[in-house]
Ligand binder design. Structure first.
Ligand SMILES: O=P(O)(O)O[C@H]1O[C@H](CO)[C@@H](O)[C@H]1O
Ligand SMILES: Nc1nc2[nH]cnc2c(=O)[nH]1
Length: 295
C-alpha cells in the first residue's frame, strides 16, 4: 500500500515543476470534477490541457466519466486548475497516488480545493438531482487504517496529527448556501455528511442502513482522502455532492443503481453544479504564487 520511494516529497516536486514550467499562470484554486462532472473544465478561459498520461508520476483515469485531463485556465478571472477525472482506490491505486495531485497543486501554489462528486443519498429527504454541500465526512477506509497520511510524515506538507474538525471551510459553505438561494436552487440544496466507502460495488441494503445509522447523508467512493490531504497541507476545502441516486434501504420497490445512470444524472444536473462552483470561485480571494517557492 505504502511505498516510501514513490510517495516522497521529491516526486510531487518533480511533477509540480514539470507543470509549472509549462503553464502560463500557476493556479491558486484547484477543482476536482467528479463522475460525469468534467464539463466545468470546458468553461475555463484561455485553457491549457494536459493528458494525465503526459504528466510525470501521474496515474491514468480508468473510469468512464473521468476523461483524464488536467486543464489550467481562468474562471471568473481566477487562475484555476481542473482535474477532469479523479483517481479511486477501487481502481487499484494506493491512497498516496489517489491524492498525489492535491500535493502537486499545493506545491504549485494552490490555496483552495473545490471537490465535487456523484453520490447516493441515504437521507430520506434528498432527491435524485439534489445538491449536498459537504459539512463533514466519514472516511470509512480511513477508520480502518487506509488513510493517505499513513507512513512517515513529511513536515514540509503538514503535521503528523492534523485536526479535521473544520476540514470543510465554514465560510465557503455559507457563501455557497447564499449562492444557491440567489440562483433559485435553495429547495434542492442541502448540507450534510458524506461517507466514503472503498467500492467498487454499490451498497448492500444492510450496509446502507448501517451508514445511515452512523450519521451519513450521502455515500460515494472518493473525496475524503483528497480532503484529508488538502487539509493536512493547509488548504481551504469545499466539497459538493450531486445526488445521482437513492441508496436502497429496503428490499422492495427500489431500482438498482448503475454507473450509467449515475452519469446520466450528472449530465442532466451538471449545469446547476457548474453555476454554483463558478459563482463560488468569483467570491474566493487568493493570490497567484508567481515566485518559484517552495522549490
Ligand atoms: O466520486 P466520483 O468520482 O464522483 O464517482 C462516484 O461515481 C462512481 C460510481 O458511479 C464512483 O466512482 C463514485 O465515487
Ligand atoms: N458508494 C456509492 N457511490 C456512489 N456514487 C454515486 N452513487 C453512489 C452510491 O449509491 N453509492
Amino acid at each position: 500500500m505504502y511505498s516510501k520511494k514513490e510517495s516522497r516529497y521529491e516526486n510531487c516536486e518533480e511533477t509540480a515543476r514539470w507543470l509549472r514550467d509549462r503553464v502560463r499562470t500557476p493556479p491558486c484554486i484547484a477543482i476536482i470534477c467528479g463522475s460525469g462532472l468534467g464539463l466545468l473544465a470546458d468553461t475555463l478561459c484561455d485553457p491549457q490541457v494536459f493528458s494525465y498520461s503526459q504528466i510525470p508520476n501521474f496515474p491514468t483515469s480508468t473510469v468512464p466519466g473521468h476523461a483524464g485531463e488536467l486543464v489550467f485556465g481562468t474562471l471568473q478571472g481566477k487562475s484555476c486548475v481542473c482535474m477532469k477525472g479523479r483517481f479511486h482506490v477501487y481502481e487499484g491505486y494506493p491512497l498516496w497516488k489517489v491524492t498525489l495531485p492535491v500535493r502537486v497543486f499545493k506545491l504549485m501554489g494552490v490555496q483552495v480545493l473545490l471537490v465535487t462528486n456523484a453520490a447516493g443519498s441515504l437521507c430520506e429527504t434528498y432527491r435524485t438531482g439534489d445538491l449536498m454541500i459537504i459539512r463533514d465526512h466519514i472516511n470509512m477506509p480511513g477508520l480502518a487504517s487506509l488513510n493517505p497520511l499513513i507512513g512517515p510524515n513529511d513536515d514540509r506538507f503538514g503535521p503528523r496529527f492534523p485536526s479535521l474538525w473544520d476540514t470543510y471551510d465554514p465560510n465557503l459553505r455559507s457563501t455557497a448556501l447564499e449562492i444557491t438561494h440567489r440562483l433559485g436552487h435553495a429547495k434542492l440544496t442541502h448540507e450534510g455528511v458524506y461517507c466514503m466507502v472503498g467500492g467498487p460495488n454499490f451498497e448492500s441494503v444492510a450496509e446502507a442502513k448501517f451508514l445511515r445509522l452512523l450519521g451519513a447523508d450521502a455515500v460515494g467512493m472518493s473525496t475524503a482522502p483528497e480532503a484529508v490531504v488538502a487539509k493536512h497541507c493547509g488548504m481551504r476545502v469545499f466539497g459538493l455532492s450531486l445526488i445521482t441516486n437513492r441508496v436502497a434501504q429496503g428490499y422492495e420497490g427500489q431500482e438498482a443503481v448503475d454507473h450509467n445512470s449515475v452519469l446520466e444524472v450528472s449530465k442532466w444536473r451538471s449545469q446547476i453544479l457548474q453555476d454554483l462552483v463558478t459563482e463560488l470561485v468569483a467570491t474566493i480571494c487568493c493570490q497567484v504564487d508567481n515566485d518559484q517557492q517552495p522549490y
